[in-house]
Write a protein that binds this ligand. Structure first.
Ligand SMILES: Cc1cc2nc3c(=O)[nH]c(=O)nc-3n(C[C@H](O)[C@H](O)[C@H](O)COP(=O)(O)O)c2cc1C
Length: 150
């Protein structure tokens, strides 16, 4: 089984998680880069809020070749009740059945959010929530790796 770990990250949490999973799988993480608009800095934070609440599209590029893979482990921040806009753009490019989605967030119910997303876009292979309030990062990463090996 060929795995690709793909991530989008604005402030580093999803990047850190993607790097841990990549290291354990022995692959190089693939970055979803948001080409425009920029969400950097305080103004970028406000803009990200506006874009996520309005489901607005953004322009992305992918750092490496992401095709020709059996399973995508997509790591993304959760923004206003869905994956970040750049991640949504990436998810349009790959079949949901090949995706394990890992959402990082502060305190939202990621199961509910993924169920809502799947009802409109198709079911993922599996999904996980890394929730700051629950301090479950290491536990969830272990669970992801264990389940991928099954
Ligand atoms: C625009 C925006 C919206 C967010 N909305 C939520 C939310 O609805 N629920 C939540 O728990 N965290 C929310 N967050 C927090 C991020 O999901 C969390 O900090 C995430 O781990 C950031 O990932 P990153 O460091 O990879 O960018 C939001 C952050 C931003 C910037």
């Amino acid at each position: 089984m060929k795995y690709s770990v793909v991530f989008f990250s604005r402030t580093g949490n999803s990047k850190r998680v993607a790097e841990k999973i990549s290291k354990a799988l022995g692959v190089k993480p693939i970055e979803i880069i948001q080409e425009s608009p920029s969400f950097k800095g305080l103004f970028g934070y406000l803009k990200a809020g506006y874009y996520s609440m309005r489901n607005k599209s953004v322009k992305i590029k992918i750092s490496e070749n992401y095709k020709d893979t059996d399973r995508y482990i997509v790591v993304s921040p959760l923004w206003a009740g869905k994956p970040a806009n750049a991640t949504v753009e990436f998810l349009k490019l790959v079949p949901p059945g090949k995706v394990t989605l890992v959402l990082t967030c502060i305190g939202s119910d990621t199961d509910k959010i993924v169920n809502d997303y799947e009802s409109k876009n198709g079911k993922f292979k599996s999904h996980y929530g890394i929730v700051k309030k629950l301090k479950n990062e290491e536990k969830v990463i272990d669970e992801i790796l264990k389940n991928l090996q099954k």
